[in-house]
Write a protein that binds this ligand. Sequence first.
Ligand code: PEP
Length: 252
Amino acid sequence: MRRKIIAGNWKMNNNLKSTVELISEIINKMDNHLENTDVVVCPPFTSLETAVELTKNSKVRVGAQNMFYEKNGAFTGEVSAEMIKNIGCEYVIIGHSERRTIFGESNEWINKKIKKALEEGLKPIFCIGETLEERQNGTMEQVLKTQVFEGLSGVTESQMANIIIAYEPVWAIGTGVTASPEQADEAHKYVRNLVENLYNSSVAQELIIQYGGSMKPENAKELLSKPNIDGGLIGGASLKADSFLSIINASN
Ligand code: PEP
């Protein structure tokens, strides 16, 4: 059975003080008997080191929201995979739709970032997803296929054990509109098939595919009970301990 991963993408929210408060509340209230669920928080860069310190003796792990693919050098404003790994982070979100649309990240860049993250021992949470227009004009499958094939180009079979894919339909992110459990499960099944075509059935069956897009306490149980949905990447609902915890509890 695949494990579930519930990850909170805080985006550009929380300073150091509110990071300490939110993580402390999550740790204090979290059920420590969660057998099959891993919990990850992804604060802004400025809070990562503090988050790692705070979560050391807990079941919560820490991830960054982005990184650059070069090792070091003249890349003003960027942070490398090595820097993120060096402070104790285990995960990094790569290719979030906000990075793709607001910051113009291409599949080629995302692929370079994924390979660099893996090389440095980080686990990439690789985000893919179609826009509403692409879903409505029938190109959704082609879009997902291109994102998966180009994003994973050159990633080896053994490296796939350290990758998580997050299927996040762009029309559902931060909009309050959620994909129905059936729509989400169908997309996840399609992505799993793509991975089977690229690698083999055991890589596809072991791959953790999270759903992201307005997941909240009210819809988490139904989404997370679908056979191909192995967790969630949570934006808005990860910013309050109670709603994040209730999603975590719904995964078990
Ligand atoms: C996200 O940003 O990855 C996300 C899923 O956001 P929200 O849960 O707010 O839709």
